[in-house]
Design a protein around this ligand. Structure first.
Ligand SMILES: Cc1cc2nc3c(=O)[nH]c(=O)nc-3n(C[C@H](O)[C@H](O)[C@H](O)COP(=O)(O)O)c2cc1C
Length: 169
């Protein structure tokens, strides 16, 4: 396991995976990290669906506009669960926080995957209704994380300059 900053630097989207299974202990580590992040009121208003069935993964590929790499060794679907949000957090909280909770969990999972030597891709482009049907839930899917051993070396990428993004007011 690398240092925090090494992990951040190492994490890159990968869209081609080896046909190699992932050790259950690594999956467990990833899931534990995913549920350890901050969440609205500590209520953890999200659910994680782990897709194991090959046919179901193939259906997810189609629901994600034929992004083939969704068919990875481990596929996690992070869903928002507004039922866990307390009424006192108001309508805005009900709407926004479960989505944020699910996204934070997915981001943590992605970093944990990197840290144990795996690669991943965050899939946001998919047909929500189809995904709901495939994983049998009415909850809103926020992110599909496809995880596996990398079969590619990502090219260096450009990020926007800090002074362009950070607005000191
Ligand atoms: C909200 C969100 C949605 C994304 N959706 C997709 C997607 O549907 N398909 C895909 O190939 N990559 C998707 N990505 C991955 C981004 O393309 C990728 O993170 C970005 O190009 C930066 O590259 P990096 O992850 O290697 O740093 C998504 C990322 C995020 C955060």
């Amino acid at each position: 396991m690398g240092s925090f900053f090494q992990t951040i630097k190492k994490r890159r989207s990968v869209r081609s995976f080896l046909d190699r299974p992932i050790e259950p202990s690594k999956i467990q580590k990833i899931l534990k990290v995913a549920v350890s992040g901050p969440s609205s009121g500590g209520l953890q208003a999200f659910e994680i669906f782990q897709i194991r069935d090959k046919k179901r993964k193939e259906k997810l590929v189609r629901a994600a506009h034929n992004q083939e790499y969704v068919n990875a060794a481990v596929v996690l679907v992070f869903c928002a669960n507004p039922k866990r949000i307390k009424a006192k957090l108001g309508r805005r909280g009900q709407k926004l926080f479960p989505i944020q909770d699910a996204a934070i969990a997915a981001a943590y999972a992605q970093l944990a995957a990197t840290s144990v030597g795996l690669s991943s891709i965050w899939i946001g482009r998919f047909q929500e209704k189809l995904v709901q049907k495939i994983i049998r839930t009415k909850l809103r899917p926020v992110s599909i994380l496809a995880i596996g051993y990398s079969h590619e070396k990502p090219k260096p990428k450009k990020v926007r300059k800090l002074k362009e993004i950070v607005h000191k007011v």
